[in-house]
Design a protein around this ligand. Structure first.
Ligand code: GLN
Length: 493
């Protein structure tokens, strides 16, 4: 009997289309795996009926000989940042607990139209703020991976930590993620899976709970480059409801996948050789260069001189935008309302927001409000915006020398849950290699490369030119073909 939960997107889609098995069998197997893995805390709510209904629709369409969608028969996990009609959408916050949208986000509705079904809403860092999935109101998510010789629960990365855990633990073949400053790539790297953040504007932000609107992008997380290409095709596309949506056709990324990099130049940015980066990460970067060379690429040294300013600029711009976006949660329009007896409107705002937001979210609102305040706007926010432009210009200059950039995804492998609680700056440093591409709006992907000597996954990151997801996916494929990453977390949950 097929072990359906070991299958990825392509295998499921093709197997269902060929009639090797039914979509219902697949959905049933994943629903059972989800129920059985509750201790990972990857899901905030499960929606087995949604997965079954979509599967039945696919099976019925197939039996009538209708054309099947790109994701037909594939049940997926949906990060709980995407509004889903009739299904609670919380952004992992208390303030949105019980909020049931009347509408469906564009990305999720594109996925349902392509034939995917929903296993449930995935846990995340609250309002997508975090790098470890420890800021959720609904509790930490545990990575399915553990260090050799230890059973301490490890971080699945963040903010898409429910997504990374579900895919790595084989309780979902794929999941949606969102990436504002690394939240697809860093959790993918921590859990030995793939994840791609497309060019800013490829996937509609409509119906995605906003964190930092000029940075937020949705993307797929799955166990292979092919699966990411398929799912990204289903998610992407112009949406008139999002003013920053790209008016461009969605390429057929899957069909054009090729791991042959002959004639391509891969840039190695010297500024990513940073102090504090683990030796294992530097070794895997070297290995990555060798793999891409073997795939036919020429390796060239490049310079992105403003790299070291990217992280501080991100931690000004993202909180600034967040403080403005989160002003809408006021006890009037959505979710929680805390109205003590005899209280006035102002008290209601204050009580609701005090009770409804977690500490990290409050920290971001305070920082954001501060950097936007009249006295400090020029000193912080305007400076950060100038740095953002310089970071983008660094990349533009680099594209004269190379087609794609290879770098580590993270400076370290995963860490035990709780170990960075008292150290927000080290936590923020997790994103040091991820945020430059976010600030510049570029497509960027993490692919699993190797394991540390403790048995934890490491990822390599590929950053591409604007709109060149294909170049990123192809370089990712070249690494995947050579890394042969087949390690799986041992089941303990
Ligand atoms: N870890 C980063 C932060 O906390 C990135 C989050 C994200 O990409 N959503 O802001």
């Amino acid at each position: 009997m097929t072990d359906f939960t070991s299958l990825g997107v392509k295998d499921i889609r093709d197997g269902v289309a060929k009639g090797d098995f039914t979509a219902r069998e697949v959905a049933t197997a994943f629903n059972a795996a989800v129920a059985q893995a509750a201790s990972l805390n990857a899901f905030i709510v499960t929606t087995p009926d949604h997965a079954l209904a979509a599967a039945d629709a696919t099976d019925a369409a197939r039996s009538k000989g209708e054309t099947l969608g790109k994701m037909a028969g594939v049940p997926i996990g949906m990060k709980d940042l995407f509004a889903t009609r009739g299904v609670q959408t919380t952004a992992a916050s208390h303030i949105l607990e019980g909020f049931i949208p009347e509408y469906e986000s564009t990305v999720s509705s594109n996925l349902w139209a392509a034939g995917a079904g929903m296993l449930g809403k995935l846990n995340l860092d609250q309002f997508a703020m975090g790098s470890s999935n420890e800021t959720s109101y609904f509790g930490n998510v545990s990575s399915p991976w553990q260090k050799e010789g230890s059973n301490a629960p490890m971080s699945p990365g963040g903010s898409s930590g429910g997504s990374s855990t579900a895919v790595a633990a084989r309780i979902a073949p794929a999941a949606t993620g969102t990436d504002t400053g690394g939240s697809i790539r860093q959790p993918a790297a921590f859990t030995g899976i793939c994840g791609i953040k497309p060019t800013y504007g490829r996937c509609s932000r409509w119906g995605v709970v906003a964190f930092a609107s000029s940075l937020d992008q949705a993307g797929p997380m799955a166990r292979s480059v092919e699966d990411c290409a398929i799912m990204l095709e289903a998610m992407a596309g112009f949406d008139p409801k999002d003013a920053t949506s790209l008016q461009m056709d969605v390429p057929n990324w899957e069909a054009a996948l090729s791991g042959d990099l002959s004639g391509k130049k891969v840039g190695i940015p010297k500024e990513y050789q940073m102090e504090g980066t683990d030796q294992a990460i530097l070794d895997s970067w070297e290995q990555g260069k060798a793999w891409l060379k073997d795939a036919g690429a020429e390796i060239v040294d490049i310079s992105l001189p403003h790299t070291k300013y990217a992280l501080p600029a991100y931690y000004i711009i993202a909180p600034a935008e967040a403080s403005s976006n989160l002003a809408r949660y006021d006890g009037v329009r959505y979710g929680l309302r805390d109205l003590p007896d005899g209280a006035g409107l102002q008290d209601m705002y204050a009580e609701t927001r005090a009770a409804g937001f977690g500490d990290e979210v409050k920290r971001r609102i305070l920082i954001g409000t501060y950097v936007l305040s009249a006295g400090f706007y020029d000193a912080y926010y305007n400076q950060a915006q100038k740095i953002r432009t310089l970071v983008s210009q660094d990349f533009e200059k680099a594209w004269a020398q190379c087609d794609v950039i290879l770098a580590p995804t993270t400076p370290t492998a995963s860490f035990p849950l709780g170990s960075l609680d008292a150290d927000p700056l080290t936590m923020y440093l997790n994103d040091v290699f991820a945020v430059p591409a976010s600030l510049a709006g570029l497509p960027a992907m993490s692919v699993p490369a190797s394991l540390t000597k403790d048995g934890l996954p490491l990822g390599l990151q590929l950053v591409g030119k604007p709109f060149d997801e294909q170049g990123v996916l192809n370089a990712g494929l070249a690494i995947q073909q050579r890394a042969g990453f087949a390690a799986k977390p041992e089941k303990w949950w």
